[in-house]
Design a binder for this molecule. Structure first.
Ligand SMILES: Cc1ncc(COP(=O)(O)OP(=O)(O)O)c(N)n1
Ligand SMILES: Cc1nc(C(=O)O)sc1CCOP(=O)(O)O
Ligand SMILES: [Mg+2]
Length: 203
């Protein structure tokens, strides 16, 4: 099935705690989210596997894939649909080898020199960012702005999703760069009504 990057929800344990992780994701998917990434920097592997299994069950029948952030073991053991890794999160070819052909594999890219090293044979999509500074990722790189994003998208050999400080009102500007969609944490997680928050990206 074609990967639809239109609205890519990245979860945050703190921000999703308000309504609950599974409840937030289910509501966001009702609102139009097309991909979900489970991201938790502090949970143990066992805790994350449990969360991933619960999310995977909740997403059954929706067609929305579940991606795991950073942890290959969790992706492999939870039955998730794929893995998202950054520049320092391990080897792309090794991840592909372990995951198999059918899994989704995404890579973060912040700069043009990183694009030049992207292995298009092994990857399905790129996460490009941050577009703007964001408190949701303390160690993020220098923000790209829309012009920097457009420049990376133009040189990207794969479909891409923009990330970092994005809100619903940025949808058309991001789409104008040629990116396949927007990835967000705080514009959906932690909002009083995650379903309505997701819907705002489609008006
Ligand atoms: C869709 C998407 N794009 C980029 C990232 C960032 O990944 P990374 O650079 O590995 O940083 P962490 O998320 O691991 O802090 C992402 N998670 N998702
Ligand atoms: C997880 C993540 N990765 C980024 C990158 O630039 O690679 S920015 C980011 C956090 C995005 O959260 P929010 O939508 O709340 O700004
Ligand atoms: Mg990472």
């Amino acid at each position: 099935m074609r990967l639809d990057l239109s609205l890519y929800l990245v979860t945050d344990p703190g921000l999703c705690a308000r309504a609950g992780l599974v409840e937030t994701v289910v509501a966001a998917v009702r609102g139009g989210v097309t991909v979900v990434q489970l991201r938790d920097k502090h949970a143990s592997d066992a805790e994350m596997i449990d969360q991933a299994r619960r999310l995977k069950a909740a997403l059954a029948g929706t067609g929305v894939p579940l991606i795991i952030n950073d942890r290959l073991t969790v992706a492999l053991e939870s039955g998730a649909d794929g893995l998202h890794i950054g520049q320092d999160d391990g080897d792309v070819a090794a991840a592909r080898e372990a995951l198999g052909e059918g899994a989704i594999l995404g890579l973060s890219v912040q700069r043009h020199d990183q694009l030049a090293r992207v292995d298009v044979e092994q990857l399905d999509y790129l996460g490009l960012g941050p577009v703007f500074a964001t408190p949701s990722k303390h160690d993020h790189s220098e923000p790209l702005g829309f012009s920097g994003l457009a420049s990376l998208v133009a040189a990207s050999p794969l479909s891409s999703v923009a990330i970092g400080g994005l809100k619903a009102e940025h949808t058309s500007a991001v789409r104008d760069t040629g990116a396949g969609g927007l990835a967000v944490i705080s514009a959906i997680c932690g909002q009083a009504d995650p379903e309505a928050a997701a819907r705002r990206f489609f008006v």
